[in-house]
Design a protein around this ligand. Structure first.
Ligand SMILES: Nc1ncnc2c1ncn2[C@@H]1O[C@H](COP(=O)(O)OP(=O)(O)OP(=O)(O)O)[C@@H](O)[C@H]1O
Ligand SMILES: [Mg+2]
Length: 158
């Protein structure tokens, strides 16, 4: 179920984890995945999949809503951030994203709260379309690095 190769609908948690794992396999330090979507959309589930794709035990992935930042793996393999607590207009400068990205890729929940333009993220929107159905789509792919868009396309293609 793809549209232009940049979106898909998953029918269960495993589907979301699967496409995220295929993306995770292709991520490198410096890559930023910006996740947007309402409460319970599946952003943390998606990060669990990214972790698996990066060789990190997905059971380590916790919702960082109250922590702002988790790092998985040693040396770091994935940074997991969440702007929920900072709210709209979040001051991303507080998080030293540049420093974090030197060591590993990063996934950011509630990414819509900050202006991430300077970091050229791959923006993924997750929408609840049914009890267990989630539409996951790359937003404004023309603004994301071509390699990340290609990685997402490959993940969607399976
Ligand atoms: N296809 C699916 N993909 C992802 N999650 C699903 C799917 N179907 C059902 N779910 C359920 O949706 C919920 C997603 O929760 P998750 O914590 O990942 O959301 P979130 O977007 O991170 O929310 P928050 O904004 O609170 O951080 C889980 O309870 C999960 O079991
Ligand atoms: Mg979450």
């Amino acid at each position: 179920m793809t549209g232009g190769g940049l979106r898909l609908t998953t029918g269960a948690v495993a589907g979301t984890e699967g496409v995220a794992a295929r993306l995770g396999e292709r991520l490198r330090p410096g890559d930023l995945v910006a996740l947007e979507g309402q409460l319970g959309a599946g952003k943390t589930v998606f990060v669990r999949g990214l972790a698996a794709g990066l060789g990190v035990d997905p059971a380590l992935v916790k919702s960082p809503t109250f922590v702002l930042h988790h790092v998985y793996g040693s040396p770091p393999r994935l940074h997991h951030l969440d702007l929920y607590r900072l709210g709209p207009g979040a001051r991303i400068a507080l998080l030293d994203l540049d420093g974090l990205l030197e060591s590993a890729p990063a996934a950011l929940e509630w990414a819509g709260f900050a202006d991430l333009e300077p970091w050229q993220p791959l923006r993924l929107l997750i929408e609840i379309t049914g009890d267990e159905a989630r539409r996951i789509e790359a937003a404004e792919p023309e603004r994301a690095p071509a390699r990340l868009v290609a990685a997402w396309r490959a993940a969607v293609a399976g």
